[in-house]
Design a protein around this ligand. Structure first.
Ligand code: GLA
Length: 402
């Protein structure tokens, strides 16, 4: 990449031309947070797509596309300060357009993240039929979900970081969902190396909404192989078992005594091939965990993942009641990722913060109904840090630092 124009964190709001040059390949550590913009490509219909680069000044750099609000790259330092890209993705806009319909790498998902059984729900006595795009069900917003939209973007001022606000208005009836849904998603990168994602939506008719981001992580580095050695901890004593089309049965089942118990850290691969009917259905983990929240709607720690080789740690906190842990089961080696390597099963995992799948058909689940006059507000924080895993006295097994 050639040198690009940089706006420093303090300047971004309302002073579009207060710029300074960021040298190509500049080390991100120790600088002021910054945000830059460059063209990323043109869609077949002529729409231009931009890529924004947010730098924390403390080692983390994230690249976000206006197409799908996609987190295209996220570079984070290891325990020795060496940065690498830790999210799965593609190098070109064409690949995102042609190939991201299956995996949803890095994308914003709406209007309804996850599945709705038979693509059908009834709201205030009226039944809505959505496109069925995943077996018998509707998945991730239908045929042209938020992951395919070009969002209006503008840098925003934030406390101690840099922000990018994306806006998209989904017309009444789009993908057969009722109501005009006015949506903004704000990505903020803080000096503390946290990527905060704030979702906000309003409607002019009663509707259902469930928004998330579908990033896949590999904390050893994108394209380096499977993530089964990552140690996963999920703050959930229950999960929602599914039928054989991945629709929740409605039961909130205890994880205790099952391969779904991540209340203490376990390697992702440790039990993934256990003879458990739920793991067989999902070809691995592809399940919603019920986060142990003290109070609904409060930002709560949902998951913590550590990669023993690099010492990288990802912590996910959210105001949402659920988190889908998807262990990349359907990656089959046919997609070539950002750095030119094929992605095979398990080469990345997603942690999709959300309301439970198929909530519109489960009155006992927390409601996903949004009515005129109400606002949908939700926050998820991905915090990047490291632990030291390699300087322990020899003979002592490395253990998760907690
Ligand atoms: C979600 C689903 C998975 C799969 C991925 C995308 O995580 O739950 O079943 O469809 O999206 O491949």
């Amino acid at each position: 990449m050639r040198g690009v124009l940089a706006l420093t964190g303090a300047m971004v709001a309302g002073s579009a031309l207060a710029v300074s040059a960021l040298p190509a390949g500049a080390a991100p550590g120790g600088q002021a947070p910054s945000i830059t913009k460059e063209p990323f490509g043109t869609l077949p219909d002529g729409t231009k797509v931009d890529r924004y680069t947010l730098t924390s000044g403390q080692g983390v750099r994230v690249r976000i596309l206006t197409y799908g609000g996609i987190v295209q790259m996220l570079e984070s330092p290891d325990q020795h300060g060496r940065s690498t890209n830790v999210v799965l993705g593609f190098a070109t806009l064409k690949d995102y357009v042609d190939k991201n319909g299956g995996p949803y790498f890095g994308a914003l998902i709406g209007r309804y993240a996850n599945r709705i059984a038979q693509g059908r729900f009834t709201l205030d006595g009226k039944t809505y039929q959505l496109a069925v795009n995943n077996g018998p069900n509707s998945l991730h917003g239908g045929l042209k979900g938020f992951n395919t939209k070009v969002w209006k973007a503008r840098p925003v001022k934030t406390d101690g970081g840099v922000g990018l606000r994306l806006a998209y208005t989904s017309a009444d009836g789009e993908e057969n969902y009722p109501g005009t849904l006015t949506t903004t998603v704000t990505y903020t990168l803080t000096r503390g190396n946290e990527l905060r994602v704030g979702y906000h939506a309003t409607t002019d008719k009663a509707t259902v909404v469930n928004l998330t981001n579908h990033s896949y992580f590999n904390l050893a580095g994108e394209g380096t192989g499977d993530t089964y050695g990552h140690r996963m901890q999920i703050n959930a004593s229950r999960y929602t078992p599914v039928d054989d089309t991945l629709i929740p049965t409605g039961r909130l089942a205890p994880v205790k005594g099952t391969p779904f118990d991540f209340t203490r850290p376990h390697a992702i691969g440790e039990r993934i091939r256990a003879n458990d009917p739920q793991l067989l259905i999902g070809h691995g983990y592809d399940h919603n965990f019920v986060i142990d929240q003290d109070r609904p709607g409060r930002l709560t720690k949902a998951a913590r993942v550590t990669e023993p080789g690099s010492g990288r740690v990802l912590e996910v906190s959210t105001t949402e009641p659920g988190i889908q842990f998807y262990s990349g089961n359907f990656l089959d080696g046919s997609l070539i990722g950002t750095s030119g390597r094929a992605y095979r099963q398990g080469d990345g995992f997603a942690l999709e913060t959300q309301h439970y799948p198929d909530s519109p058909n489960h009155p006992s689940f927390p409601s996903t109904v949004l009515r005129p006059g109400q606002t949908f507000d939700s926050t998820t924080v991905y915090a990047f840090s490291t632990v030291s895993t390699q300087s322990r006295p020899s003979g002592l097994a490395w253990r998760l630092a907690r």
